[in-house]
Design a protein. Structure first.
Length: 77
């Protein structure tokens, strides 16, 4: 299982600040969370996704990954 944490507007759209997921790839995870949390469809493409602390924009295996952070764009300095 991989722990997914949502922050700010992403947490609001998901209706939770964290959940455990079992998808095998980042692309599968993105698709699944949008199906389960439709409000994420508008914000997820603009979010930074951190996989075990490293930004990841491309699809990749989630085997052995413990933590994914979904960070929407933040305003201000």
């Amino acid at each position: 299982m991989t722990r997914v944490r949502y922050f700010a507007a992403a947490a609001e759209a998901a209706g939770t600040d964290a959940e455990d997921r079992s998808e095998g790839t980042l692309a599968e995870l993105r698709a699944a969370v949008v199906v389960e949390h439709p409000a994420l469809a508008d914000i997820l493409p603009r979010c930074a996704v951190m996989v075990d602390g490293v930004r990841s924009d491309a699809d990749r295996s989630l085997e052995g990954v413990e933590l994914i952070d979904v960070l929407p764009p933040f305003a201000g300095g």
